[in-house]
Design a protein around this ligand. Structure first.
Ligand code: SF4
Length: 338
Protein backbone atom coordinates (compact mmCIF):
# COMPACT_ATOMS: atom_id res chain seq x y z
CA UNK A 1 0.00 0.00 0.00
CA UNK A 2 1.34 3.40 -0.95
CA UNK A 3 0.71 6.18 1.52
CA UNK A 4 0.90 9.63 0.04
CA UNK A 5 0.41 12.89 1.81
CA UNK A 6 -2.60 14.97 0.95
CA UNK A 7 -3.68 18.45 1.94
CA UNK A 8 -6.88 18.85 3.91
CA UNK A 9 -8.73 21.84 2.52
CA UNK A 10 -11.32 23.40 4.82
CA UNK A 11 -13.58 24.84 2.17
CA UNK A 12 -13.82 28.64 2.68
CA UNK A 13 -17.34 29.94 3.05
CA UNK A 14 -17.02 32.19 0.01
CA UNK A 15 -16.52 29.23 -2.36
CA UNK A 16 -19.65 28.19 -4.27
CA UNK A 17 -20.71 24.63 -3.42
CA UNK A 18 -21.97 23.70 -6.85
CA UNK A 19 -19.47 22.68 -9.48
CA UNK A 20 -16.94 20.26 -7.98
CA UNK A 21 -17.54 16.52 -7.85
CA UNK A 22 -15.51 16.09 -4.65
CA UNK A 23 -17.63 18.22 -2.30
CA UNK A 24 -20.75 20.35 -2.05
CA UNK A 25 -24.11 19.71 -3.67
CA UNK A 26 -24.90 17.82 -6.87
CA UNK A 27 -28.21 18.13 -8.69
CA UNK A 28 -28.90 15.71 -11.53
CA UNK A 29 -32.42 16.92 -12.29
CA UNK A 30 -34.47 14.71 -9.98
CA UNK A 31 -36.04 15.05 -6.55
CA UNK A 32 -32.82 13.56 -5.09
CA UNK A 33 -30.09 16.00 -4.10
CA UNK A 34 -26.59 14.62 -3.48
CA UNK A 35 -24.90 16.15 -0.45
CA UNK A 36 -21.11 15.86 -0.09
CA UNK A 37 -19.77 17.28 3.16
CA UNK A 38 -16.29 15.72 3.01
CA UNK A 39 -14.19 13.55 0.75
CA UNK A 40 -11.94 11.38 2.94
CA UNK A 41 -12.10 7.64 3.56
CA UNK A 42 -10.40 5.28 6.00
CA UNK A 43 -10.56 2.23 3.74
CA UNK A 44 -8.71 1.57 0.50
CA UNK A 45 -11.09 -0.78 -1.32
CA UNK A 46 -9.23 -2.37 -4.19
CA UNK A 47 -12.09 -1.62 -6.60
CA UNK A 48 -12.77 1.95 -5.40
CA UNK A 49 -14.15 4.03 -8.28
CA UNK A 50 -13.00 7.28 -6.65
CA UNK A 51 -9.50 6.12 -5.63
CA UNK A 52 -10.24 7.01 -2.00
CA UNK A 53 -8.47 6.25 1.24
CA UNK A 54 -4.87 5.93 2.42
CA UNK A 55 -3.66 4.13 -0.71
CA UNK A 56 -4.97 6.73 -3.16
CA UNK A 57 -2.56 7.44 -6.00
CA UNK A 58 -4.29 10.30 -7.75
CA UNK A 59 -5.67 12.51 -5.02
CA UNK A 60 -3.71 15.48 -3.73
CA UNK A 61 -6.40 17.10 -1.54
CA UNK A 62 -9.32 16.17 0.68
CA UNK A 63 -12.12 18.61 1.52
CA UNK A 64 -14.19 19.46 4.54
CA UNK A 65 -17.22 21.73 4.19
CA UNK A 66 -18.61 23.97 6.92
CA UNK A 67 -22.07 22.76 7.97
CA UNK A 68 -23.93 26.11 7.71
CA UNK A 69 -22.31 26.75 4.34
CA UNK A 70 -23.43 23.35 3.05
CA UNK A 71 -27.01 23.79 4.28
CA UNK A 72 -27.22 27.20 2.55
CA UNK A 73 -26.34 25.58 -0.75
CA UNK A 74 -28.73 22.67 -0.24
CA UNK A 75 -31.46 25.29 0.34
CA UNK A 76 -30.41 27.10 -2.84
CA UNK A 77 -30.85 23.88 -4.84
CA UNK A 78 -34.19 23.11 -3.19
CA UNK A 79 -35.53 26.46 -4.47
CA UNK A 80 -35.39 25.07 -8.00
CA UNK A 81 -37.32 21.92 -7.17
CA UNK A 82 -41.05 21.39 -7.66
CA UNK A 83 -41.50 17.97 -5.99
CA UNK A 84 -43.30 17.88 -2.67
CA UNK A 85 -41.00 15.14 -1.44
CA UNK A 86 -37.23 15.48 -1.76
CA UNK A 87 -34.45 13.10 -0.81
CA UNK A 88 -31.12 14.38 0.53
CA UNK A 89 -28.59 11.66 -0.25
CA UNK A 90 -25.25 11.92 1.53
CA UNK A 91 -22.87 10.12 -0.82
CA UNK A 92 -19.33 11.39 -0.76
CA UNK A 93 -16.33 10.34 -2.83
CA UNK A 94 -15.11 8.77 0.44
CA UNK A 95 -17.08 7.70 3.48
CA UNK A 96 -19.48 10.33 4.92
CA UNK A 97 -19.03 8.96 8.44
CA UNK A 98 -15.68 10.76 8.50
CA UNK A 99 -17.54 14.08 8.48
CA UNK A 100 -17.17 15.27 12.08
CA UNK A 101 -20.67 16.77 12.14
CA UNK A 102 -22.48 13.96 10.36
CA UNK A 103 -25.25 13.71 12.99
CA UNK A 104 -25.80 17.48 12.92
CA UNK A 105 -25.86 17.37 9.13
CA UNK A 106 -28.64 14.76 9.16
CA UNK A 107 -30.53 16.78 11.75
CA UNK A 108 -30.22 20.03 9.78
CA UNK A 109 -31.31 18.32 6.57
CA UNK A 110 -34.33 16.88 8.38
CA UNK A 111 -35.43 20.42 9.29
CA UNK A 112 -35.59 21.55 5.67
CA UNK A 113 -39.09 21.81 4.27
CA UNK A 114 -39.90 19.11 1.69
CA UNK A 115 -36.84 17.00 2.59
CA UNK A 116 -38.73 13.85 3.51
CA UNK A 117 -35.98 11.30 3.11
CA UNK A 118 -32.36 11.45 4.21
CA UNK A 119 -30.15 8.60 3.09
CA UNK A 120 -26.45 7.87 3.32
CA UNK A 121 -23.94 5.56 1.68
CA UNK A 122 -21.21 4.01 3.78
CA UNK A 123 -19.00 0.96 4.18
CA UNK A 124 -20.02 1.11 7.84
CA UNK A 125 -16.59 0.59 9.31
CA UNK A 126 -16.92 3.72 11.49
CA UNK A 127 -20.41 2.94 12.78
CA UNK A 128 -21.07 2.26 16.44
CA UNK A 129 -24.25 1.47 18.37
CA UNK A 130 -24.26 5.03 19.70
CA UNK A 131 -23.77 6.59 16.28
CA UNK A 132 -26.64 4.52 14.83
CA UNK A 133 -28.88 5.63 17.65
CA UNK A 134 -27.81 9.30 17.17
CA UNK A 135 -28.39 9.12 13.42
CA UNK A 136 -31.79 7.54 14.05
CA UNK A 137 -32.74 10.35 16.45
CA UNK A 138 -31.46 12.94 13.95
CA UNK A 139 -33.88 11.63 11.31
CA UNK A 140 -31.81 9.42 9.02
CA UNK A 141 -34.18 7.36 6.86
CA UNK A 142 -31.87 4.83 5.20
CA UNK A 143 -28.28 3.60 5.19
CA UNK A 144 -26.96 2.04 2.00
CA UNK A 145 -24.35 -0.20 3.56
CA UNK A 146 -21.70 -1.79 1.39
CA UNK A 147 -20.79 -5.32 2.43
CA UNK A 148 -18.78 -6.97 -0.33
CA UNK A 149 -18.09 -10.37 1.21
CA UNK A 150 -19.15 -12.48 4.19
CA UNK A 151 -15.75 -14.11 4.32
CA UNK A 152 -13.54 -12.14 6.74
CA UNK A 153 -10.33 -12.69 4.77
CA UNK A 154 -11.84 -11.80 1.44
CA UNK A 155 -13.60 -8.80 3.02
CA UNK A 156 -10.22 -7.48 4.24
CA UNK A 157 -8.70 -8.05 0.81
CA UNK A 158 -11.54 -6.21 -0.94
CA UNK A 159 -11.39 -3.36 1.59
CA UNK A 160 -7.62 -3.10 0.95
CA UNK A 161 -7.33 -2.72 4.73
CA UNK A 162 -5.88 -5.24 7.14
CA UNK A 163 -7.79 -3.82 10.11
CA UNK A 164 -11.19 -4.00 8.37
CA UNK A 165 -13.34 -5.95 10.79
CA UNK A 166 -16.21 -7.72 9.04
CA UNK A 167 -17.81 -8.94 12.26
CA UNK A 168 -18.13 -5.33 13.46
CA UNK A 169 -19.78 -4.28 10.20
CA UNK A 170 -22.21 -7.22 10.41
CA UNK A 171 -23.10 -6.26 13.99
CA UNK A 172 -23.75 -2.73 12.76
CA UNK A 173 -25.91 -4.02 9.89
CA UNK A 174 -28.06 -5.89 12.37
CA UNK A 175 -28.28 -2.86 14.66
CA UNK A 176 -29.47 -0.69 11.75
CA UNK A 177 -32.03 -3.31 10.84
CA UNK A 178 -33.34 -3.23 14.43
CA UNK A 179 -33.57 0.57 14.40
CA UNK A 180 -36.00 2.91 12.64
CA UNK A 181 -33.38 3.49 9.95
CA UNK A 182 -33.93 1.33 6.90
CA UNK A 183 -31.06 -0.83 5.69
CA UNK A 184 -30.11 -1.45 2.08
CA UNK A 185 -27.12 -3.73 1.60
CA UNK A 186 -25.11 -2.62 -1.40
CA UNK A 187 -22.27 -4.97 -2.33
CA UNK A 188 -20.01 -4.22 -5.26
CA UNK A 189 -19.82 -7.32 -7.39
CA UNK A 190 -16.21 -7.60 -8.56
CA UNK A 191 -16.14 -10.41 -11.16
CA UNK A 192 -13.72 -13.19 -10.36
CA UNK A 193 -13.27 -11.99 -6.77
CA UNK A 194 -16.60 -12.14 -4.95
CA UNK A 195 -18.95 -13.98 -7.35
CA UNK A 196 -19.68 -16.66 -4.75
CA UNK A 197 -20.36 -14.01 -2.12
CA UNK A 198 -23.22 -12.24 -3.86
CA UNK A 199 -25.88 -14.97 -3.29
CA UNK A 200 -24.68 -15.30 0.31
CA UNK A 201 -25.08 -11.56 0.84
CA UNK A 202 -28.59 -11.68 -0.65
CA UNK A 203 -29.48 -14.47 1.77
CA UNK A 204 -27.94 -12.54 4.66
CA UNK A 205 -29.83 -9.31 3.83
CA UNK A 206 -33.11 -11.21 3.81
CA UNK A 207 -32.22 -13.02 7.01
CA UNK A 208 -31.58 -9.82 8.96
CA UNK A 209 -34.67 -8.18 7.42
CA UNK A 210 -33.01 -5.39 5.48
CA UNK A 211 -35.43 -3.32 3.40
CA UNK A 212 -38.26 -2.20 5.64
CA UNK A 213 -39.53 0.47 3.21
CA UNK A 214 -37.18 0.24 0.24
CA UNK A 215 -35.56 -2.74 -1.52
CA UNK A 216 -33.21 -4.66 0.80
CA UNK A 217 -30.36 -4.90 -1.70
CA UNK A 218 -28.68 -2.69 -4.25
CA UNK A 219 -26.04 -4.84 -5.94
CA UNK A 220 -23.54 -2.61 -7.73
CA UNK A 221 -21.64 -3.53 -10.85
CA UNK A 222 -17.88 -3.05 -10.80
CA UNK A 223 -17.05 -0.45 -13.43
CA UNK A 224 -13.53 0.52 -14.36
CA UNK A 225 -13.02 4.31 -14.07
CA UNK A 226 -10.15 6.37 -15.44
CA UNK A 227 -9.02 7.50 -11.99
CA UNK A 228 -10.49 4.60 -10.03
CA UNK A 229 -8.75 1.44 -8.79
CA UNK A 230 -8.94 -1.74 -10.80
CA UNK A 231 -7.88 -5.04 -9.19
CA UNK A 232 -5.38 -7.00 -11.27
CA UNK A 233 -6.96 -9.47 -13.66
CA UNK A 234 -10.54 -8.28 -13.10
CA UNK A 235 -12.52 -7.84 -16.28
CA UNK A 236 -15.78 -5.89 -15.89
CA UNK A 237 -18.78 -7.87 -17.18
CA UNK A 238 -21.32 -6.37 -19.57
CA UNK A 239 -24.50 -4.72 -18.26
CA UNK A 240 -26.43 -7.44 -20.14
CA UNK A 241 -24.71 -10.21 -18.20
CA UNK A 242 -24.99 -8.26 -14.94
CA UNK A 243 -28.77 -7.91 -15.20
CA UNK A 244 -29.13 -11.49 -16.41
CA UNK A 245 -27.35 -12.73 -13.29
CA UNK A 246 -29.43 -10.44 -11.06
CA UNK A 247 -32.62 -11.82 -12.60
CA UNK A 248 -31.48 -15.37 -11.86
CA UNK A 249 -30.89 -14.38 -8.24
CA UNK A 250 -34.29 -12.65 -8.15
CA UNK A 251 -35.93 -15.94 -9.20
CA UNK A 252 -33.95 -17.93 -6.69
CA UNK A 253 -34.47 -15.66 -3.68
CA UNK A 254 -37.82 -14.08 -4.64
CA UNK A 255 -36.50 -10.58 -4.06
CA UNK A 256 -36.25 -7.51 -6.29
CA UNK A 257 -32.65 -6.90 -7.35
CA UNK A 258 -32.96 -5.08 -10.67
CA UNK A 259 -33.75 -1.64 -9.35
CA UNK A 260 -35.21 1.44 -10.95
CA UNK A 261 -35.35 5.05 -9.67
CA UNK A 262 -39.12 4.53 -9.04
CA UNK A 263 -38.27 1.89 -6.41
CA UNK A 264 -36.86 4.76 -4.36
CA UNK A 265 -39.52 7.34 -5.24
CA UNK A 266 -37.05 9.18 -7.48
CA UNK A 267 -38.74 11.27 -10.16
CA UNK A 268 -37.54 13.89 -12.63
CA UNK A 269 -37.60 17.47 -11.39
CA UNK A 270 -36.35 20.87 -12.51
CA UNK A 271 -32.61 21.28 -12.59
CA UNK A 272 -30.40 24.11 -11.40
CA UNK A 273 -29.55 25.92 -14.67
CA UNK A 274 -26.04 25.62 -16.04
CA UNK A 275 -23.87 28.69 -15.52
CA UNK A 276 -21.54 27.89 -18.42
CA UNK A 277 -21.68 25.86 -21.60
CA UNK A 278 -19.16 23.43 -22.98
CA UNK A 279 -16.59 25.32 -25.06
CA UNK A 280 -17.30 28.66 -23.35
CA UNK A 281 -14.34 30.79 -22.28
CA UNK A 282 -14.67 32.03 -18.70
CA UNK A 283 -12.54 34.35 -16.54
CA UNK A 284 -11.84 32.64 -13.26
CA UNK A 285 -9.84 33.19 -10.13
CA UNK A 286 -7.70 30.28 -8.96
CA UNK A 287 -8.63 29.65 -5.33
CA UNK A 288 -7.25 26.32 -4.18
CA UNK A 289 -5.81 22.90 -4.77
CA UNK A 290 -7.76 20.61 -7.04
CA UNK A 291 -8.82 17.16 -5.97
CA UNK A 292 -6.48 15.22 -8.25
CA UNK A 293 -2.82 15.82 -9.08
CA UNK A 294 -2.27 18.57 -11.62
CA UNK A 295 -5.62 20.20 -10.84
CA UNK A 296 -6.55 23.55 -9.25
CA UNK A 297 -9.92 24.87 -8.17
CA UNK A 298 -11.18 28.16 -9.53
CA UNK A 299 -14.26 30.33 -9.09
CA UNK A 300 -15.87 32.45 -11.81
CA UNK A 301 -15.83 36.17 -11.14
CA UNK A 302 -19.58 36.20 -10.25
CA UNK A 303 -18.83 33.52 -7.63
CA UNK A 304 -21.53 31.21 -8.99
CA UNK A 305 -19.65 27.98 -9.53
CA UNK A 306 -16.52 26.18 -8.45
CA UNK A 307 -14.59 24.88 -11.44
CA UNK A 308 -11.89 22.23 -11.66
CA UNK A 309 -8.96 23.36 -13.77
CA UNK A 310 -6.93 20.54 -15.27
CA UNK A 311 -3.30 20.86 -16.44
CA UNK A 312 -2.97 23.64 -13.89
CA UNK A 313 0.08 22.62 -11.81
CA UNK A 314 1.95 25.77 -12.73
CA UNK A 315 -0.88 28.23 -12.21
CA UNK A 316 -0.52 30.26 -9.04
CA UNK A 317 -3.20 30.52 -6.40
CA UNK A 318 -4.92 33.90 -6.52
CA UNK A 319 -4.23 34.47 -10.21
CA UNK A 320 -7.02 35.35 -12.63
CA UNK A 321 -6.96 33.34 -15.84
CA UNK A 322 -9.12 32.49 -18.82
CA UNK A 323 -10.33 28.91 -18.96
CA UNK A 324 -12.24 26.92 -21.56
CA UNK A 325 -15.08 24.76 -20.19
CA UNK A 326 -14.45 21.15 -21.24
CA UNK A 327 -17.35 19.55 -19.35
CA UNK A 328 -20.41 20.92 -17.62
CA UNK A 329 -22.76 17.95 -17.14
CA UNK A 330 -25.01 18.31 -14.08
CA UNK A 331 -23.30 21.60 -13.23
CA UNK A 332 -19.99 19.85 -12.57
CA UNK A 333 -17.36 21.93 -14.33
CA UNK A 334 -14.01 20.91 -15.72
CA UNK A 335 -11.99 23.53 -17.58
CA UNK A 336 -8.53 24.05 -19.01
CA UNK A 337 -6.55 27.28 -18.80
CA UNK A 338 -6.20 28.97 -22.21
S1 SF4 B 1 -15.25 2.13 -2.02
FE1 SF4 B 1 -16.03 3.57 -0.48
S2 SF4 B 1 -15.22 2.78 1.45
FE2 SF4 B 1 -14.04 1.82 -0.16
S3 SF4 B 1 -12.22 3.14 -0.44
FE3 SF4 B 1 -13.79 3.83 -1.90
S4 SF4 B 1 -14.88 5.43 -0.86
FE4 SF4 B 1 -13.76 4.31 0.70
Amino acid sequence: MTLRQRTLVEVPINWPLIGCIAFGVIDRGTNLIQVRPSSSCTLSCIFCSTDAGPSSRNRQAEYLVDLDHLIEWVKAVIKFKRSKSLEAHIDTVGDPLLYPKIVDLVHRLSELPRVKIISMQTHGYLLSYKLISDLEAAGLSRINLSIDSLNPRLAKKLAGTQHYDLSHVLNMAEAISNSKIDLLIAPVWVPGLNDQEIPRIVEYALKIKAGKYWPPLGIQKFVSHKYGRKPKGVKPITWFKFYKELRKLEDKFKVKLVLKPEDFGIVKDLKVPLSFKKGEKVRVQVVGLGWLRGEKLAVDLHQERIITLINASNIELGSIVHARILACKDNIYVAEPV
